[in-house]
Design a protein around this ligand. Structure first.
Ligand code: GLU
Length: 499
């Protein structure tokens, strides 16, 4: 057997759903692990529900996740075109071939006639399947209807016998063809049905493995029949389990965000989402849980896929996202945050020199579960000097010896000029010592220091704050922030403040 060729075949009738993204991921990992080809095919024959915006959401989301393709509508390939709306002629030809081989037949029944007969059958306690009324049309009768221009659909003539879907995950799944009615392959408006289009495409694109959700299992029986009827070998199937919410129902809007772009927007890293989706019903066979896409590619083996339902668990995704953020360097976290800062119009932060933004991000990153979690804490670095929140103000008002404390802080800060972390730490320990000398707790000095520098009662470690503004800058901020009720303007540090 040659290298595998797999396809991801979304219908652009909505944003890329997490469940479809998982299908894409399994296909991609299978292709990459086995040095095969990944094909992107857009199933856009439903012109009313398909849209370019959804198409863009799907391709952008795949790209964001790192799932590239070797052939597709945008890049072409040996079996182009890769969008179904441009392949209608192929479907028409295939349907004509099936008609002339007597493997399909025209059906002139109108929807009203069908529904009437269906209701009657059901009323009599039967199960409705198409009753093959039009299979038995005399040649003359059919000719007359065609001449009259009566619209018709084309139905596949399901042959008797057993149909077997060979599934890599579930083994052989069999059904008696009596269970399958003569399904429509071309609608009365001339459009090919999903079944015909998929099979014609899978044949002409030389797809070797069809990996998709188990909601397609019943379709696959029809597809096996079509592959046979069109004289083509049947690809190997793998129907993975669907993704469900904690209540066991198919993952849908009522469970919360369901599209990849929603999660991107909410501040999840692509590596975490990919890691999460892969682990949802696949295991490397040991206890490891943190994987990059490269590591997954290396390890991925379809034998590790489980057939049990994949229950979406946001807590696990959050945990993984936190771990993936921790694995990034601070520079990488800054890069990942930039689009969010831009989107939220955080111009003060965006105009900071790179190394300042890095200090700021470094100071908040340990509490981040999502990228968005950094946005509010970072605001502390965007506040103009002179800012004092009401809480900080009332805390300062309550503080005894506030002027003396602030003088100590300002003079200690002003005596240093370097903004590195060692200096900042030295400043903190000097302040601790000065507190001790006066018989105070360290907090008695360090708490007003925080209030004075930031104008807020909560925020990152003091060391980062001092590094960010620099000792002299921090002293200036204290003077400006506390100006209204602590007169520090004329006070100088012990070694003098020449500025
Ligand atoms: N277009 C189908 C869907 O979005 C996929 C068909 C297939 O994978 O065969 O569900």
């Amino acid at each position: 057997m040659g290298y595998p060729r797999v396809r991801f075949a979304p219908s652009p009738t909505g944003k890329l759903h997490l469940g479809s993204a998982r299908t894409a991921l399994f296909n991609w990992l299978f292709a990459r692990h086995n040095k095969g080809k990944m094909i992107l095919r857009l199933e856009d024959t439903d012109a009313l529900r398909s849209s370019k915006d959804f198409e863009r959401d799907i391709t952008d989301s795949l790209t964001w996740m790192g799932l590239n393709w070797d052939e597709g509508p945008d890049i072409g390939g040996p079996y182009a075109p890769y969008r179904q709306s441009a392949r209608l002629e192929l479907y028409r030809k295939a349907a004509e071939g099936l008609l002339s081989d007597k493997k399909a037949y025209r059906c002139f029944c109108t929807p009203e006639e069908l529904s009437e007969r269906k209701q009657k059958t059901i009323a009599q306690g039967g199960t409705w399947r198409y009753d093959r009324k039009c299979l038995h049309l005399e040649e003359e009768g059919e000719k007359r209807l065609l001449e009259e221009g009566k619209p018709y659909a084309i139905r596949f003539l399901v042959p008797p016998g057993e149909i077997t879907v060979k599934d890599l995950l579930r083994g052989d799944i069999k059904v008696d063809s009596k269970e399958i009615d003569d399904f429509i392959i071309v609608r009365s408006d001339g459009r090919a049905s999903f079944h015909l289009a998929v099979v014609v495409d899978d044949i002409s694109m030389k797809i070797s493995h069809v990996i998709r959700g188990d909601d397609h299992l019943t379709n696959s029986f029809r597809h096996v029949l079509l592959f046979d009827a069109l004289g083509s070998p049947v690809p190997q199937f793998l129907h993975h389990s669907l993704m469900v919410g904690v209540d066991g129902a198919k993952l849908s809007k009522r469970h919360g965000a369901t599209s990849v772009s929603d999660y991107r927007e909410a501040g999840y890293l692509p590596s975490a989402l990919v890691n999460y989706l892969a682990l949802l019903s696949w295991s490397p066979g040991d206890e490891r849980e943190i994987f990059t896409l490269e590591e997954l590619t290396e390890e991925f083996d379809v034998r590790g896929i489980s057939a049990s339902k994949a229950v979406f668990d946001i807590d696990k995704l959050n945990w993984l996202n936190r771990r993936h953020i921790q694995r990034l360097s601070t520079k990488e976290v800054v890069q990942a945050l930039l689009p969010f800062l831009k989107k939220e119009g955080k111009t003060e932060l965006l105009s900071l020199p790179e190394e300042k933004l890095e200090i700021a991000v470094e100071s908040v990153r340990k509490n981040m579960q999502t990228l968005r979690d950094a946005l509010e804490p970072l605001d502390i670095y965007a506040k103009p000097a002179g800012y004092l929140s009401p809480q900080a103000k009332s805390e300062l008002e309550k503080t005894e010896n506030v002027s003396e404390i602030m003088e100590i802080c300002v003079s200690t800060l002003s005596s240093e000029s370097s903004s590195d972390s060692e200096t900042a730490q030295r400043i903190i320990s000097t302040l601790r010592n000065k507190a001790k000398e006066r018989g105070w707790s360290a907090k008695k000095v360090l708490w007003p220091l925080r209030l004075g520098m930031t104008g807020e009662t909560i925020g990152p470690d003091l060391v980062y704050l001092i590094m960010f503004w620099g000792p002299k800058g921090a002293a200036e901020r204290i003077k400006k922030n506390l100006g209204p009720f602590v007169n520090l303007d004329d006070k100088e540090g012990p070694r003098g403040n020449s500025e």
